[in-house]
Design a binder for this molecule. Structure first.
Ligand code: HEM
Ligand code: HEM
Length: 193
């Protein structure tokens, strides 16, 4: 097995910033409470808004970079939802399940398309979280809408938080497991290209 090459610096920097901000946001979101009408916002809530808008800018920058870059994972590999690419991803998913059944994790190259498809879904969840938070902020703080349209947006934001936690847990577990098995996976995101 050959170790996969490290990702390029802009991918690493944007990924790591996004990972730190989203992890912090999930924690702050779980600990804070949103102000009731007439109540002053808590420091934690204000921190959530500032870090949230920073997350939105960072996730948008990652997406823009993923679309423009000519290095690292092609954007179509992050979203292989159709045709032959989808069939390949499903095949790799079966391979992964078969490996787990036999209590072993296949080499990262053998399931790279499946891993990228999951990364794409994580990226969409991150975009959905930060954008729904941003829309909620626009509606409430700037337009004064606290019911009507703002309510379903807050519901969506809370529902996506569960998906985001699941992604963060699963993605981190897989990264650490591959690293532990000697696949050098964390070097992809921390090492030199
Ligand atoms: C919720 C926060 C996170 C999001 C949205 C996220 C998203 C992503 C995305 C989109 C990629 C694919 C990058 C590319 O191929 O261009 C990726 C790769 C990766 N991430 Fe994360 N990530 C998050 C948190 C983390 C954390 C906490 C770790 C560390 C334990 C981590 C470790 C990795 C590694 C090692 C890779 C490279 C995997 C490979 O291609 O071999 N990520 N992540
Ligand atoms: C990736 C970025 C974000 C993450 C991971 C995140 C995470 C969370 C979490 C975990 C909660 C608690 C959900 C619950 O208790 O059901 C929450 C609630 C909330 N977040 Fe975010 N958030 C993000 C971005 C933002 C942004 C950009 C804003 C606004 C500027 C924002 C505003 C809010 C508000 C107002 C609530 C309370 C909603 C309610 O009334 O229940 N969030 N967020």
């Amino acid at each position: 097995m050959t170790a996969q090459p490290a990702l390029h610096k802009p991918t690493q920097v944007l990924h790591n910033l996004m990972a730190l901000l989203i992890t912090a946001q999930l924690a702050v979101g779980a600990l804070m409470h949103a102000p009731r009408p007439g109540e002053a916002p808590s420091t934690m809530f204000e921190l959530h808004e500032v870090l949230g808008l920073t997350s939105l800018a960072t996730v948008a920058a990652f997406v823009a970079w993923a679309l423009l870059r000519r290095v690292d994972t092609p954007v179509r590999q992050l979203f292989p939802w159709f045709g032959e690419a989808r069939a390949r991803v499903l095949g790799q998913f079966v391979l992964l399940l078969r490996g787990l059944w036999q209590r072993r994790l296949p080499d990262p190259e053998a399931t790279a398309d499946f891993a990228s498809a999951i990364h794409g879904l994580g990226l969409l969840a991150a975009l959905g979280m930060s954008a729904s938070g941003g829309v909620y902020w626009l509606l409430g703080d700037l337009l004064g809408d606290t019911g009507g349209f703002a309510h379903p947006v807050a519901e969506l934001h809370s529902a996506l938080a569960n998906l985001m936690w699941a992604y963060l847990g699963g993605h981190t577990l897989m990264a650490v497991a591959h690293q532990w098995l000697g696949h050098g996976t964390l070097r992809r995101i921390l090492g030199r290209a």
